[in-house]
Structure formats: structure tokens, C-alpha cells
Design a protein around this ligand. Structure first.
Ligand SMILES: *Cc1c(COP(=O)(O)O)cnc(C)c1O
Ligand SMILES: [Zn+2]
Length: 413
């Protein structure tokens, strides 16, 4: 917080002071999403490569000077962040792509990248003296908010669409949130949450609206830079729904670039499903985003009206990146390949970024000489129904060696 010098509106570029308490621009209203700004000049004195090399807290809290929260809550919070970055052992070598990495963010405490944002939201709610946090979510924002709120002693009220996968609903129940399953899609859940937040005064964790959440999400980029010893990759690949995650990825690298810690910002590849691809459409046709259907198995990126369009577009355009879409069947085969070849189990939205990587590599957007990091945003255990859809039905084996041998020869690869 000490280096936060204010907020800037992503639409009209008006600035607001650091003690501004609104969530969006007072001139542009609700779509006037704010970006937190920092005094990099002062931050440079503290935050250097050596600052990171000497830091012993391997969690999101090692980035406290680059965050917009007041204090370090290492002992109170779940352990969020510092997820592994794996160099590919099978897929990259088989494709002739030597520098391929996977950032497995499914290893966060509630098994998705959303923990990075939700922990920050809980801290901001505590700072604001508000004991109840709320959000609408396709699933992961919800389960992460519920888990992090439970740990920090806050109540959570969660609005999810009725299609939310069972694994995520089970997490919400286990974490004791007040669960509102809305008879409708994500758009309906979002609208109802907004009305409830206004009516009942809950702390608002709705991703785009709250500018602090992208600050939490940017820590994934800070980690990637550190884990590659500040030799930043040429490309980072990430799946896109509302657009907050990709905005965060850009912001993290932007911060390090402003601090002179890295020498370039990677190009960012945003991946959507062909069943719900408003960013891809807008990017390809150079036009404004249009509402689309939410027709994909990748529930976490089934967002027909993205809430953070400007930060997401800026991330791709400023980094000279691209948006592409993949089919649901490519997502399913991505789950299988990533699991079998690397030992990483991804939920559909997370496998989407891997499927997008494969498509971009085969179409020449990514070159064999590029260093590429694919972010795996959530764990496959959250949605076992769709994971199983990637495979053949399991046949039962009779309890004798003969049938076992028959079965093994059938399944031989
Ligand atoms: C939320 C989410 C995304 C996309 O993030 P947005 O900020 O909505 O663009 C991707 N993958 C997973 C697993 C998610 O939960
Ligand atoms: Zn504005």
C-alpha cells in the first residue's frame, strides 16, 4: 500500500487519489474500471532483483510492496501463490519446442488462480471493516473467496449459475458460505449479486469492478519472472473469461518492467472457447465487444459479457499478443495430453490455454525458438464430469487373471 499513489480510470484516464474509496470511476460509472497506480520511482529503492533473491516468504506475501493492501498477513492467511513452474518434459521435446513451461496454478489452496485475487479481496474487506464478502462467479472465484474468507474469519455470500460443476459447489458447502444457486446463467447470477451487494452492503469481490483483484492476480506474472530468474518468456498463454486474469498477467510484467527488473514484457496470448469467444471476435474484426452465448464445457471462461474488456484488450494489444479460440473437443484432448504427458491435471478452462498453445504453435503464431509459459489456471478435480468425458467409458474387469490379461491387451497403447 505504501507505494500506491492512486487510481486511474481505464476509460477517461481521470486520476483519483490513493484514499479514494469508490470502486469505479465517478464520471464513467460502473464501466469505468480503475487501475491501481504506483510510485515506481520510490519503489525502485526497495524492490530490486536482490529484494526477491533475499526474500524467504514463498507465498503471495513476498510481493507486499507491489500490492495495494496495508499489511502482510502471512500467519493469518491460507498459503496462496508460489505455485510450481515446470519445464515440459514430454510435450515440448516431442513438438521440437525446447523452451515450454507450465505454471500450475491449480496448486493454490482452493485449487485455482482465483485464490490470488480472493485473498486480496478478503484483506480489503477487513481493512474496510466489512465482515461479509460477496461475489458472483462461474465457480472458482466463489470457492476461493469462500475458502479464504473462512480462514480469515469472514462470512461469504456466493452467487453461482445453476450449471456450476459439483466439485466447486462441494467446496462452497465445505467452506460454509451462504450459497445462492441462481436459476439462470452467469449473467443472471452477476446481476442478482450486484443488486444484493447494493441492497445489503456486502464487500464486493466482483472481479472487474474491484480494482484490487487484478493486483492479486498479477502475482502469477511476478512469480513466472522470478522462477525464470528474470529472463522473461517470449510468450505467456492464458485462458480468458471476464478478462481480469489476463489483465493481471500484463500488470505484473508491466510493474517489473517499470522497476527496471526485466527488460521486456512478454507477448500475451489470450485463449477462449469457440462456444464463447467475444474477445476473439472483437480482436479479429477490430470492433467493440459484443455479447455472445455461453456455450462451452469450460465453465470458468463461459462469460458472454466480459466485465473487464479494456484491461484484457490492453494486455494483448500493448504486448503485441493475440487472442485465439479453441473447440471444446480440443480442450478435452488437452486435458488428456497434459495429464498423460506432464502429470498435470487441468480443469477445462485451464486446459483451454494448453489447447490454445498447441493451436498457436501449429499455426506459426508461436515459433520453436520462443520461450513460452502456459498458465494452468485450475485443477481438474474441480470438474471430474467433464474430465471423464475426455475418455472412453471404464469397463469392469472380472476378478481373474484371464480377464485382466484380455483387458490389458485391449488397452495397450
Ligand atoms: C476465472 C478463470 C479464468 C479466466 O479468468 P478471467 O479473469 O475471468 O478472464 C481462467 N481459468 C480458470 C480456471 C478460472 O477460474
Ligand atoms: Zn472515467
Amino acid at each position: 500500500m505504501k507505494y500506491v499513489n492512486g487510481y486511474v480510470c481505464t476509460i477517461c484516464h481521470r486520476q483519483f487519489p490513493a484514499d479514494f474509496t469508490g470502486m469505479t470511476c465517478s464520471h464513467c460509472g460502473e464501466s469505468g474500471i480503475l487501475d491501481v497506480t504506483y510510485d515506481y520511482q520510490s519503489m525502485r529503492q526497495e524492490v530490486t532483483r536482490d529484494y526477491f533473491r533475499n526474500h524467504t516468504d514463498y507465498s503471495i506475501w513476498r510481493y507486499l510492496p507491489l500490492l495495494s493492501v496495508k499489511e502482510n498477513r502471512t500467519n493469518d492467511s491460507l498459503r496462496v501463490g508460489w505455485t510450481p513452474l515446470y519445464r515440459s518434459r514430454q510435450i515440448g521435446p516431442q513438438l521440437g519446442h525446447p523452451h515450454l513451461y507450465f505454471k500450475d496454478d491449480g496448486q493454490n489452496p482452493t485449487q485455482s488462480l482465483k485464490d490470488r485475487a480472493s485473498l486480496i479481496a478478503v484483506c480489503k474487506a477487513i481493512e474496510a471493516g466489512n465482515p461479509v464478502v460477496a461475489c458472483a462467479s462461474t465457480g472458482n472465484a466463489a470457492s476461493s473467496l469462500a475458502g479464504n474468507a473462512a480462514r480469515m474469519g469472514l462470512q461469504s455470500v456466493i452467487f453461482v449459475p445453476k450449471r456450476a460443476p459439483k466439485g466447486k459447489l462441494a467446496q462452497l458447502k465445505a467452506f460454509g458460505s451462504t450459497l445462492v444457486v441462481v436459476d439462470g446463467d452467469y449473467k443472471d447470477a452477476f446481476r442478482l449479486s450486484k443488486e444484493a451487494i447494493e441492497a445489503f452492503g456486502y464487500y464486493n469481490r466482483n472481479a472487474a469492478i474491484n480494482p484490487h483483484l487484478v493486483e492479486g492476480k498479477k502475482t502469477v506474472a511476478l512469480e513466472i519472472a522470478e522462477q525464470l530468474d528474470f529472463e522473461v518468456p517470449d510468450w505467456v498463454v492464458v485462458s480468458v473469461g471476464d478478462g481480469c486474469t489476463i489483465g493481471g498477467v500484463y500488470k505484473g510484467f508491466y510493474d517489473l518492467f517499470q522497476l527496471g527488473i526485466i527488460t521486456k514484457i512478454p507477448r500475451i496470448l489470450g485463449v477462449q472457447s469457440t462456444g464463447c469467444d467475444p474477445f476473439v471476435e472483437a480482436f479479429e474484426h477490430h470492433e467493440a465487444l459484443r455479447e455472445t452465448e455461453e456455450n462451452t464445457i469450460a465453465d470458468s471462461i463461459a462469460v458472454g459479457i466480459p466485465r473487464n474488456p479494456i484491461k484484457a484488450m490492453n494486455a494483448v494489444c500493448n504486448s503485441l499478443g493475440a487472442f485465439i479460440a479453441v473447440e471444446d473437443r480440443e480442450i478435452l484432448s488437452g486435458i488428456a495430453t497434459l495429464g498423460k504427458s506432464e502429470g498435470i491435471f487441468a480443469e477445462p478452462a485451464a486446459a483451454a490455454s494448453f489447447a490454445g498453445y498447441l493451436k498457436a504453435f501449429s499455426t506459426g503464431i508461436l515459433q520453436a525458438t520462443d520461450r513460452v509459459v502456459v498458465i494452468v489456471t485450475g485443477n481438474g478435480l474441480k470438474d471430474t464430469k467433464n474430465a471423464l468425458a475426455a475418455f472412453e467409458e471404464q469397463r469392469l474387469v472380472k476378478p481373474n487373471l484371464e480377464d485382466l490379461q484380455k483387458y490389458l491387451s485391449e488397452t495397450e497403447r
